[in-house]
Design a protein around this ligand. Structure first.
Ligand SMILES: [Zn+2]
Length: 425
């Protein structure tokens, strides 16, 4: 007896299922996309109930609705594991300054950078923040992202950090993209604490973290570990306090200088260490030992016009489960587009298109604690599926800077991109 299902997607010429071991992918596994040619996917209650050769899937199910993929390439929805999409104002004037030769640290010292976003965010209402973030989420979804992590960190007061986290929670409830909230109260040292950093660290540890924990407003605690903000000792102190309160840990590590952020991530058993442009060989070994996922953000190096990119190949060779993210933020990476991140990962990090797709789906899902629910097209997982106007995974980063997603399904519901409006290949 065929099983009743809500939906079947048929006529998929090539389906990258990313099925495999129930853990992040390392080494040669990064290239194994578990391709099914001539595939179909059946969905019930937003979850995948069958995936495989079209003939065998359609024999097993009786669908209420059929989507003809028109011979398109299908892959899991992207998981974007590092974003700052809640902010109050764009910063294109700083982009202009940077293009004229000013450095990130110089712009920050001149009152720009994160301080600029902090000033604007403190003035903004919840409603304004929410309505500004909505179109960013729409753009993410229309480019194929179905789950994303979002950080606080532009408030830097108890009140404003809570405000940001409440906005993130509301956005997650209202928007189809699933959001994973991260507390980043240690994103910067607020201006008013510049000469009394320890007082701010005490505020973080004694007031902010306990309040965020008791209200369950964030799953992760993150920190900007860098010479001009939080050194290793500060970071260890804050992250240890967070871990004791039940937060999972992330670090912005070794972006500007190799200062031991990756080593600390390994020592504390952080879920991920992010950026890692300058990571040392010791840092790489420490991450491998501590089971840390390196989340690489090549769009940031690109947007900064930097020469240096994270040493992805060294990390892959060391057995690390590399993941990719946009780092979408108004200062250093103004993009919601994971397809574009794949292009930069291929050309600058020398990752293959298959490795980049794995890094942006299943490994990215593990980087935010969602590897059991999303990131691959497997039975029991969310029906988060992208149909691309592309013949295969190589075409997406190759034909760069444009959106190839023809249809994005989140929990089995088609969203965002007008499916019928695209030409068949
Ligand atoms: Zn960041």
């Amino acid at each position: 007896m065929p099983e009743p299902v809500d939906l079947i997607i048929t006529n998929i010429s090539r389906c990258a299922t990313l099925r495999g071991a129930k853990r992040p992918r390392t080494g040669a596994e990064l290239e194994r996309l578990s391709i099914v040619k001539g595939a179909a996917i059946a969905v019930r209650h937003g979850r995948i109930v069958a995936v495989g050769k079209a003939r065998s899937v359609s024999r097993k199910v009786r669908p209420k609705q059929i989507i003809d993929a028109g011979g398109r390439f299908a892959a899991p929805g992207f998981v974007d594991p590092h974003t700052h999409i809640v902010f109050a104002a764009s910063r294109e004037h700083e982009f202009d300054m940077r293009v004229r030769g000013k450095s990130y640290v110089e712009i920050t010292r001149a009152g720009g950078g994160i301080h600029n976003s902090v000033r604007m965010l403190r003035k903004a209402t919840r409603r304004a923040l929410q309505s500004q973030a909505m179109p960013r989420l729409d753009r993410m979804l229309s480019h194929g992202t179905t789950t994303a992590e979002v950080k606080s960190g532009y408030g830097l007061t108890l009140r404003d950090e809570i405000k940001m986290l409440e906005v993130i929670r509301n956005l997650g409830r209202r928007h189809p993209v699933d959001l994973v909230p991260t507390f980043l109260g240690a994103h910067e040292i607020p201006r008013e604490y510049r000469r009394k950093k320890n007082r701010y660290i005490e505020l973080l540890i004694n007031e902010m973290l306990p309040r965020v924990a008791s209200r369950r407003l964030a799953e992760f605690c993150d920190i900007f570990t860098e010479a001009h903000v939080y050194n290793i000792k500060d970071s260890r102190r804050i992250l240890t306090a967070a871990r004791d309160l039940g937060f999972k840990l992330k670090l912005h590590a070794d972006e500007i200088k190799a200062m031991g952020g990756a080593e600390l991530a390994g020592e504390l058993g952080a879920v991920s260490a992010d950026h890692l442009v300058m990571v040392s060989p010791r840092g790489i070994r420490a991450m491998a030992k501590g089971g840390v996922i390196p989340v690489l953000l090549p769009a940031t190096s690109f947007a900064l016009g930097a020469k240096a990119y994270a040493p992805a190949r060294k990390m892959i060779e060391a057995g690390l489960p590399v993941a990719l993210a946009t780092d979408c933020n108004p200062g250093t990476s103004m993009t919601e587009n994971m397809q574009f991140v794949l292009s930069i990962a291929c050309t600058q990090l020398r990752m293959t298109p298959a490795e980049a797709l794995t890094a942006a789906t299943i490994n990215a899902a593990y980087a935010i604690g969602r590897g059991d629910r999303v990131g691959s097209l497997d039975i029991g997982k969310a029906a988060d599926i992208v149909l691309y106007d592309a013949p295969d995974e190589r075409y997406i980063p190759y034909h760069m800077g444009v959106n190839h997603a023809a249809c994005v399904l989140k929990n089995g519901k088609a969203h965002g991109v007008p499916y019928a409006g695209h030409t068949l290949l």
